[in-house]
Design a protein around this ligand. Sequence first.
Ligand code: ATP
Ligand code: MG
Length: 225
Amino acid sequence: MIEIQDLKKTYNGKIEALKGISFRIEKGEIALFLGPNGAGKTTAIKIILGLRRADSGKISLLSHNIGYVPEGEIGKKDWRVEDYLEFLAQLREVQSVEDRVNNVLEKYKAKEMRRRRLRELSKGMYQKIKWIQAVLSDPEILILDEPTSGFDPMGKVEFRNWIMEKKEQGRTILITSHLLDEMQKIGDTYIIINKGLIVDKGRIDEMKGKALEEHFYEVVKESQE
Ligand SMILES: Nc1ncnc2c1ncn2[C@@H]1O[C@H](COP(=O)(O)OP(=O)(O)OP(=O)(O)O)[C@@H](O)[C@H]1O
Ligand SMILES: [Mg+2]
């Protein structure tokens, strides 16, 4: 479970990135956190993770074992995949670090990448490593900021399967993405944010076959007027 109440954040005293947003994501649910560029998604995520401080508001989390796929880069470019993952596993107090890293690389078919440096990875491989580092500690909560960018069609299907497996294990998942067609296949609920305010929330199964993308355009357009 993730719950935020009336979160507000202003950057440099002038950019109102979040103007008071609230939502709740139940355990075992996949919530799509959607909004145009600059809406405030990454800001909200960083506050939930404790990487940024809100001006005001409240956050409740079921667990502090959180896996995070950031929007940007991970680790130092010269790090080898295996060293990077072992370092993170240690930091997160994972048991039997080497075994865990081996198992995860094996599970996600990434063993051939283990000796490569982060800067040598292709975009899709890099995205895979971003996912792998997030699940190292078998987190209760997953927060994924644009996790599918760079995946080829096969990678996207693989990714969907990974997410669904986590959902079946009862994990709580928040995803931001601009690939709405893809997201509609996996989401339970959606939250649409625009200019720091939540403009709509709902359940995917109550959309009665309507495309999420179409709904998104309508809601965002309406909120601009
Ligand atoms: N470190 C920062 N300093 C100043 N302003 C920032 C900072 N980070 C974000 N902002 C501003 O806050 C607003 C929200 O940005 P945020 O990154 O949260 O949007 P987003 O919804 O994640 O967008 P995108 O879809 O492009 O990733 C934007 O106006 C952005 O310029
Ligand atoms: Mg963002």
